[in-house]
Ligand binder design. Structure first.
Ligand code: CUA
Length: 424
C-alpha cells in the first residue's frame, strides 16, 4: 500500500490517461513481483500446518481473495459502465428521485451476508490457530531494536533433551514436524514476528507474553522479517526459522552446549580472545569464557546499551546470519545453495555452516562471508543505522543504541575473526 501511494504522488504531472496506465503498470508489476519463483517469503507456499490453515479452506486467504475478487469485479464493472453510459455529453439533467427502500434494504442485506460468509469461518480459524495444547517444546522469543533473541529453557523437546538453557539470535532452530510453542515479547517497542511459510504474524509487545505455535513439515530454512514499524532499522530486522530432523537437531543442541575451550596459546585466535574480552565482552556474552586469571567474563549490556541487552555470541559460527539476520555469515553463493537444498540434504549443510563445501584439512572455511563481517566490525552503525542523530547519546545517558563504531584497526579485526572462527 505504502509503495503504490508514493508512486501515485509522483504521477501528478502526467496526463490523466497516462497516469491511469502507469498506475495499472505499477500495480501489475507489484503483483507479479510477488508471484516470482523462488520467493522465500511467498505466503501462498505454506510449509507447516498453521500456514496451511491460513491459506486453504473456508475462511482461508484464498477463499477470501476469491470472494473479494468477485465483489471487486462487480463493483469495478458497474462503476465503469455507469461512467461511460452517463458521461456528460451535454444532455439534459435527468429527473431527480429520492429514496428507494427496496434497493436500500437489498444493499444492506447483501453486504451483511457476504461479510458473515467471510467472518464466521475466519473467526473459527483464529481460534483453531491459537490452540497449542499439543506443543512439545517452548522457545522464548524476545524482540528488540533490531534483532530477535531465542532462549530455550532446559526441557525435553521432540524427544531430545536440552539439559541446559540455550540462547541464540537471528535464526531459531526447531525440530521439524514438532509443534513448538513460542512465547513472544519485546524489550523496547512493539515488533512483530512473522515467518510467512509457517505462520501468521504475532506482535511482540513489552510487558506481554504472546503465544504462537510454530511447526515446519520438513527440514529447511524459512525466512521472515519484523512486520511492525519499530524505528530506524526496522527494515534490517530479519529472522529465520531453521527446521532440522531429530538427529540433526540433537547435533545442533550438542554444538550449542559444548563446553568452552580457549584457543591454543600464541595463535592469532588467542590474541582474538583477549581482543574479544577487552572490546566486545562488555555487551556480548560468550558462555564459559574466562579471563587470564580464570575468572568468568560476564557481559554487562545493561550498563552499556540502552535496551539492556546484546546478542549472546556463544558459538556464533553455528549461525548463518548476523546483525539481526540481515547479513549472512555465509557467502551469497553458499546461501543460495543452502536455501534451495532438498530437505534431506539441508541438515548436513546447515550444520556445516561456514564450513560447507570446505575440503577436509583446509584451515579457512570456503563459505565464510568474511567481507561483510569485517565491514561490520569496522563500523557497525555505518551498515545498520542505530540512531538518527548521534546527539541522542546524551539523551540515553551515554548508553549506546545498538552496536557502536569501536574504531578497531585491521589487525584487531584479523584477531577477532580468527577467534570467532575457532569457536564453532
Ligand atoms: Cu522490529 Cu520492526
Amino acid at each position: 500500500m505504502e509503495r503504490s501511494n508514493s508512486n501515485m504522488s509522483t504521477l501528478g504531472g502526467m496526463r490523466p490517461s497516462r497516469r491511469v496506465l502507469t498506475a495499472v503498470a505499477v500495480l501489475a508489476g507489484t503483483v507479479l513481483a510477488g508471484c516470482a519463483e523462488n520467493a522465500p517469503q511467498d505466503l501462498f507456499e505454506p510449509a507447516g500446518p498453521n500456514a496451511r490453515k491460513i491459506d486453504e479452506g473456508l475462511g482461508g486467504q484464498r477463499f477470501i481473495f476469491i470472494i473479494s475478487g468477485i465483489v471487486a469485479a462487480i463493483v469495478i464493472g458497474a462503476v465503469s459502465y455507469i461512467v461511460v453510459k452517463f458521461k456528460d455529453r451535454g444532455q439534459d439533467i435527468p429527473e431527480q428521485t429520492h429514496g428507494n427502500p427496496k434497493l436500500e434494504i437489498a444493499l444492506t442485506i447483501l453486504p451483511a451476508i457476504i461479510l458473515a460468509t467471510i467472518a464466521v469461518p475466519t473467526v473459527v480459524k483464529v481460534f483453531e490457530l491459537n490452540e497449542s495444547d499439543d506443543a512439545a517444546c517452548v522457545v522464548n522469543v524476545t524482540g528488540q531494536q533490531w534483532w530477535w533473541e531465542y532462549d530455550y529453557p532446559a526441557q525435553t523437546c521432540g524427544g531430545i533433551t536440552i539439559k541446559d538453557p540455550i540462547i541464540t539470535s537471528g535464526e531459531m532452530v526447531i525440530p521439524a514436524g514438532v509443534p513448538v510453542q513460542l512465547r513472544i515479547t519485546s524489550r523496547d517497542v512493539i515488533h512483530s514476528f512473522w515467518i510467512p511459510a509457517l505462520n501468521g504474524k504475532r506482535d511482540a509487545v513489552p510487558g506481554r507474553l504472546h503465544p504462537l505455535r510454530m511447526e515446519a513439515d520438513n527440514p529447511g530454512i524459512y525466512v521472515g522479517q519484523c512486520t511492525e514499524f519499530c524505528g530506524l532499522s526496522h527494515a534490517r530486522m530479519r529472522q529465520a526459522v531453521v527446521a532440522l530432523d531429530a538427529a540433526d537437531f540433537q547435533t545442533w543442541v550438542d554444538n550449542q552446549l559444548e563446553p568452552y575451550t580457549s584457543p591454543e596459546a600464541g595463535t592469532l585466535a588467542a590474541e582474538g580472545e583477549s581482543q574479544y574480552i577487552s572490546q566486545c565482552s562488555r555487551c556480548h556474552q560468550v558462555n564459559g569464557l574466562t579471563d587470564s586469571e580464570g575468572n568468568p567474563v560476564l557481559s554487562n549490556p545493561d550498563e552499556n546499551v540502552y535496551s539492556g541487552s546484546a546478542p549472546n555470541l556463544t558459538n556464533l559460527m553455528t549461525r548463518t546470519g548476523f546483525a539481526g539476520f540481515t547479513w549472512d555469515l555465509i557467502t551469497e553463493e553458499c546461501r543460495n545453495e543452502l536455501w534451495n537444498a532438498p530437505s534431506e540434504e539441508f541438515g548436513d549443510m546447515y550444520l556445516a555452516g561456514v564450513w560447507m563445501n570446505t575440503p577436509e584439512g583446509a584451515d579457512r572455511p570456503v563459505c565464510f562471508n568474511e567481507v561483510e563481517l569485517r565491514e561490520w566490525l569496522r563500523n557497525a552503525p555505518g551498515m545498520k543505522p542505530m540512531y538518527a542523530n548521534p546527539a541522542q547519546l546524551e539523551k540515553t545517558g551515554g548508553l549506546y543504541r545498538g552496536m557502536p563504531n569501536l574504531g578497531l584497526n585491521e589487525q584487531q579485526i584479523d584477531q577477532l575473526i580468527a577467534y570467532l572462527l575457532v569457536r564453532k
